[in-house]
Design a protein around this ligand. Structure first.
Ligand code: AMP
Length: 418
């Protein structure tokens, strides 16, 4: 085989694709019940959209983008995340002039040139929601709750919510300056020192134990919030409490995208090892302005489909493998095949998932195919019964068989399906 899927990518393929699709849908189900509508934006955008929106100093923008020049000389980038494109689309089409908040969901592939490992791909599938145009702690709570609910509905019990606030344009810069000064007094290596200058918050998130020990006494942002941010965060937590949602305060949670402010959260799964984040999100009130739009508050999240599947495996939550069809037709001769093609068409039109044995297999091979299809019933069409328009309905779990009229097949099948 001369080709294989590019490094860090994978093929969604049967039979597992059914579960993939189901999980992707289930993650969005709570949001759809809450009034979020589909938005689907291009998988590539102007490179500058991500540079300005996500932030030049982030790993995502500085190291991980798939960027190319098109034939018109434009620099384009395969989207590394969904929010910047959604905000671009909302502003471009003036959706924020309608009813607020604008509530949208999306699902699709994202691209990051990361080192592939378990749960980390270069093309991966995210589902996400965004709620724009309103700055209301109750909306923050709704968005957080919809992520929590998404995992709970799937049957995951061990997903943990980490929650914090990153302050706003008033209090964060003051805090950042204090943190920078604090970090300047530490014996950090050259690389970390540079990071402390560019983005001191990131240093707090450094996983190395020696760095963790050094920053243990660093000032915490939650203790330096301005009044507005404190009130906002208190209300978000009060709403979450009312919703019966529990969380861990994570004052050092730093996410890989620069646009977050105020409410920020991550969902982690303890059984996933190094890549433990199954989802994350937060408020991004300055993002629209950063990409040249009007002031437009917003909050959203993105959840990873691959890691959700890994978490489901780790917890031993397995969905029922859905049957490919309910009825499987087995024609036993060429004439029977002529008869079968419109017969399965009739069953399908009646909304009954139906397939048939193609390829002129003998009875044994065809019955094996019927078993493999997961169907509950086989319709066996023998040559000799064609004249009388009689077919055999066989229950594939009990083996029971009964002759029924082909003209009555839909009703007879319906009677026997669970
Ligand atoms: P982020 O956009 O970085 O906040 O990521 C949101 C979620 O997307 C994460 O919690 C992961 O579940 C998933 N994710 C991010 N990067 C990757 C990747 N390279 N491979 C697979 N899933 C990813």
């Amino acid at each position: 085989m001369p080709f294989s899927a590019p490094k860090g990518t994978y093929d969604v393929r049967p039979p597992d694709s059914a579960r993939w699709l189901e999980v992707r849908g289930a993650l969005l189900a709570p949001a759809r019940l809450a009034g979020y509508a589909l938005i689907d934006t291009p998988i590539f955008e102007d490179t500058a959209l991500f540079a300005r929106g996500v932030g030049e100093s982030t790993d995502v923008v500085s190291k991980e983008m798939f960027t190319f020049t098109d034939k018109g000389g434009r620099s384009l980038t395969l989207r590394p995340e969904g929010t910047a494109g959604v905000v671009r689309a909302v502003v471009e089409h003036g959706l924020h002039h309608g009813q607020l908040p604008v509530k949208v969901w999306y699902a699709g592939p994202m691209f990051r040139h990361e080192r592939p490992q378990a749960g980390r791909f270069r093309q991966f599938q995210q589902v996400g929601i965004e709620a724009l145009g309103v700055d209301d702690p109750a909306l923050d709570a709704e968005v957080v709750a919809l992520a929590v609910e998404a995992f709970r509905e799937l049957g995951l019990q061990r997903t943990e919510l980490l929650l914090t606030t990153l302050g706003d344009r008033v209090c964060r810069p003051v805090y950042t300056e204090q943190l920078r000064e604090f970090l300047a007094g530490l014996p950090l290596d050259a690389d970390t020192r540079r990071r402390a200058e560019v983005n001191p918050l990131r240093v707090l998130d450094d996983k190395r134990p020696e760095v963790q020990a050094l920053v243990a006494d660093a000032p915490a942002l939650v203790e330096h919030l301005c009044e507005e941010c404190r009130v906002h965060y208190d209300l978000v937590r009060a709403h979450l409490t009312d919703l019966g949602i529990s969380w861990h305060e994570a004052p050092r949670l730093v996410r890989g995208l620069d646009y977050y402010m105020r409410t920020t959260f991550e969902l982690q799964h303890p059984l996933l090892g190094a890549q433990s984040a199954v989802g994350g999100g937060g408020r991004y009130d300055g993002l629209s302005e950063a990409i040249g739009g009007p002031p437009l508050p917003g909050i959203g999240w993105a959840l990873g489909v691959e890691r959700t599947l890994l978490a489901l495996d780790a917890e031993g939550v397995h969905g029922e493998p859905p049957a490919r069809c309910a009825v499987f037709a087995v024609p036993l001769s060429e004439d029977a095949r002529r008869f079968t093609v419109p017969l399965i068409d009739e069953l399908r039109r009646a909304g009954i998932p139906t397939d048939m044995a193609y390829g002129g297999r003998g009875l044994k091979g065809a019955m094996k195919a019927a078993d493999r299809s997961g169907a509950a019933l086989a319709v066996v069409i023998g040559a000799e019964e064609l004249a009388t328009r009689v077919v055999q309905l066989k229950d594939l779990s009990t083996g029971e068989q009964q002759a029924v009229s082909a003209d009555d097949v839909v009703a007879q099948v319906r009677k026997r399906l669970p």
